[in-house]
Design a binder for this molecule. Structure first.
Ligand code: ARG
Length: 456
């Protein structure tokens, strides 16, 4: 069955039909399409285009189609152009001639916008939940090793000592912004387009506000041409998915490094690692590598839709059918990656003494010393120079902070008081960073409590 055809004499080419058909992917919008059509039937009744009895029969039949769709053979043999056509064909089979009224003044252009919005709204909610679950497992992991000192890095060189929870809270914040982005995407998605017609607005007096309320939308769209042309709401979702994947891929990369023999800080659980078919000793971080890899794929989805939309003349163009596969793909991969990352976090064992020793072995306390000198009155630039010379002297002799003590420091330069010498210990210097947002132990403890409260 086709929803058009009166104007045609020739048949569609088979190649064209299979080239242009979208049912094999947009069947995923079936639940949304049925919900939208049921609401539309009620709207047609309010506009006195359907009688209560006709509306009843249509809504009922649509409900049955939804039930039928749960059976595996539901799509077998279906050759409909798209999911909207499929639903109307099934509706005719179930409800008979009254089905011919369901599409009164309605266009697939607004219908596909509605269905995609309904589907994306659910996917936004799913992402929001998965993000919270991941944030919560990061907090669990932070609390399991609340006192561990690790070297923080810049340029992948040991930079300054920080607390393990402080490091994890950095990711907590990234995922929190992703949560915000998905909420914002949801707000743009959650606007009701029906009543726009193909592009010019419906010719029937539909109560658009009532349809919005029926389907739980927060608002109605303001311009019918915009509705047929707009896919920003889909791009917003893809962008939120992309920052999420970007953050996940950085977390994955960190942990791939930290669990390597070279770092040796952490062990990933057997359940999330794989062996080698050839090398019996291997334990590979495949779960994290796949998260990192999928970030590339999800980025491809955003690029694909950006490129598809660029330069399209107003309003609807069939190009826009190409929005769906990237959306489905991005949602699937992002959801799976979020879930995987939370599971991996639950399996992490931290070998506390290794990062702690790494922080001690390198001169990660150098900044603490320079800042202490500055607090005692040495201008910071001079303090920086002095500590720089101390580090040079020490590393030339193959030394580290632990090889120094108060007497040796004072002998190197009298500006180093006994008080300052305590800062050769990474933990001592961290205590001077009790600034809001810093790695001071009190500041971090407060941030952890606050973080729990924020996701509660
Ligand atoms: N399957 C189409 C899409 O996803 C439906 C929209 C309307 N189609 C049309 N030829 N006007 O974009």
């Amino acid at each position: 069955m086709k929803l058009w055809g009166g104007r045609f004499e020739g048949r569609s080419s088979e190649v064209f039909e299979s080239f242009s058909g979208s049912l094999h992917f947009d069947y995923r919008l079936l639940d949304a399409d049925i919900a939208g059509s049921r609401a539309f039937a009620r709207a047609l009744e309010r506009a006195e285009i359907l009688t209560a009895d006709e509306r009843e029969r249509l809504v009922e039949a649509l409900g049955q189609i939804l039930e039928d769709s749960r059976a595996p053979e539901f799509l077998t043999g279906a050759t409909d152009e798209d999911v909207h056509t499929l639903v109307i064909r099934k509706l005719k089979e179930r409800a008979g001639a009254v089905a011919d009224k369901i599409h009164t003044g309605r266009s697939r252009n607004e219908q596909v916008s509605l269905d995609t919005r309904l589907w994306l709204r659910g996917e936004c909610d799913r992402m929001l939940q998965l993000l919270r679950a991941l944030q919560s497992s990061l907090l669990d992991l932070a609390e399991r090793y609340a006192d561990v000192v690790i070297p923080g890095y810049t340029h992948l060189r040991r930079a300054q000592p920080v607390l393990w929870p402080h490091y994890l809270l950095a990711y907590f914040e990234m995922f929190d912004r992703d949560h915000e982005r998905f909420s914002q995407a949801r707000a743009r998605v959650n606007v009701m387009p029906l009543g726009s017609g193909a592009l010019a607005g419906s010719g029937f007096a539909l109560d658009r506000e009532a349809i919005a309320e029926d389907l739980g939308f927060a608002a109605v769209t303001r311009n019918s041409m915009d509705v047929s042309a707009d896919r920003d709401f889909a791009l917003d979702f893809l962008y939120a998915a992309n920052t999420t994947m970007l953050h996940l891929s950085r977390l994955a990369e960190d942990w791939i490094l930290y669990s390597s023999e070279e770092f040796g800080w952490m062990e990933l659980g057997d359940g999330v690692t794989s062996g080698s078919s050839l090398m019996p000793q291997k334990k590979n971080p495949d779960s994290l590598e796949l998260i990192r890899g999928k970030a590339g794929r999800v980025n491809g989805c955003l690029q694909a839709l950006m490129m598809t939309m660029k330069g399209l003349p107003l309003t609807y163009n069939r190009d826009m059918q190409e929005d769906k596969e990237p959306l489905f793909e991005a949602a699937r991969q992002t959801g799976a990656s979020l879930e995987m990352a939370a599971v991996v976090a639950g399996t992490v064992t931290l070998h506390e003494e290794v990062p702690e020793a790494a922080a001690e072995a390198s001169w990660t306390v150098a900044t603490d010393l320079a800042e202490a000198l500055a607090r005692a009155g040495t201008p910071f630039h001079q303090a920086h120079q002095l500590v720089g010379r101390l580090v040079l002297d020490s590393v030339r002799a193959g030394g580290k902070p632990a090889d120094w003590d108060a007497a040796k420091l004072a002998a190197f330069d009298p500006a180093f008081t006994e008080e300052i010498a305590r800062l050769l210990q990474p933990r001592e210097g961290m205590a001077s960073r009790e600034i809001y947002g810093g790695t001071g132990p009190q500041a971090v403890a407060t941030a952890l409590v606050e973080a729990r409260r924020r996701i509660a």
